[in-house]
Design a protein around this ligand. Structure first.
Ligand code: PRP
Length: 181
C-alpha cells in the first residue's frame, strides 16, 4: 500500500549515474580487451544498471540472469540469501562479471561469488553500482564500484522499497513514513 508520508530525496542524479557507468565501462573494456564477457545479472535490482552498462561496453558479452533475495519487504536485510537460476549457468572457462545494484551487508555478493566459483570460470569479478560502508569494510572483492554511499536506503534505477520505485530514473534516499495516524 503506498505510504503518503514517505519521502524521496535525490541521492545520485541521472547525469552522474550515466557518467559513472561510462567510466566503469571504459575500465572494463580495458581489462577484458580481446575477450568475451559473460555478464551474470542479479535480479531484480540490477536490471536497469545492467541494461545501461551492457550498452556502454565495447567488449562482446553474453547475458545471464540469476535471482537473489534477502530483504523481504522492509528496509533491513533478513540475513538470509536465497539464490535462484545458478544451476542452469554454464560458466566453465568463461570470463564472468557479476552485475549487482548494491552491496549492503555484502552477504549476497559473497554468496554469489562462492557459488559461481564452483562453476569453474576462467575469471570471476563483481561490478556493483552502489556499495554501503559495511560491504566496503569486508574482504569482498568488488572489482568495479560505481558509488560508495552512506547508510541511506536507496531506491530508483532498479532498486525498490516493497517493490515500488524501481522505475525512477535517478537514485533517491528513501525516508520511510511514520505509522499511520
Ligand atoms: C538487494 C540487492 C542485492 C542485495 C544486497 O536485493 O539487489 O542483491 O540486496 O544486500 P546485502 O549486501 O546485504 O546482501 P534484494 O534482496 O532487495 O532483492 P531485489 O534485487 O530483487 O530487490
Amino acid at each position: 500500500m503506498p505510504d503518503n508520508t514517505e519521502r524521496l530525496l535525490l541521492l545520485i542524479s541521472e547525469r552522474r549515474i550515466r557518467a559513472r557507468i561510462a567510466t566503469l565501462a571504459r575500465r572494463i573494456d580495458a581489462d577484458y580487451r580481446g575477450r568475451t564477457l559473460c555478464l551474470v545479472v542479479v535480479l531484480k535490482g540490477a536490471f536497469v544498471f545492467a541494461a545501461d552498462l551492457a550498452r556502454q561496453l565495447a567488449t562482446p558479452s553474453t547475458t545471464d540472469f540469476i535471482s537473489a533475495s534477502s530483504y523481504g519487504t522492509g528496509t533491513r536485510s533478513s540475513g538470509k540469501v536465497a539464490l535462484g537460476g545458478t544451476d542452469a549457468l554454464q560458466l566453465d572457462g568463461k570470463h564472468v562479471l557479476v552485475v549487482e545494484d548494491i552491496l549492503d551487508t555484502g552477504r549476497t555478493g559473497a554468496a554469489i561469488l562462492d557459488v559461481l566459483h564452483r562453476h569453474g570460470p576462467a575469471s570471476l569479478a563483481l561490478c556493483t553500482l552502489l556499495r554501503k560502508p559495511a560491504a566496503g569494510a569486508l574482504d569482498l572483492a568488488a572489482d568495479y564500484v560505481g558509488f560508495d554511499i552512506g547508510h541511506d536506503f536507496g531506491v530508483g534505477y532498479g532498486m525498490d522499497y516493497a517493490e515500488r520505485h524501481r522505475n525512477l530514473r535517478a537514485i533517491y534516499r528513501l525516508i520511510p513514513g511514520g505509522p499511520a495516524g
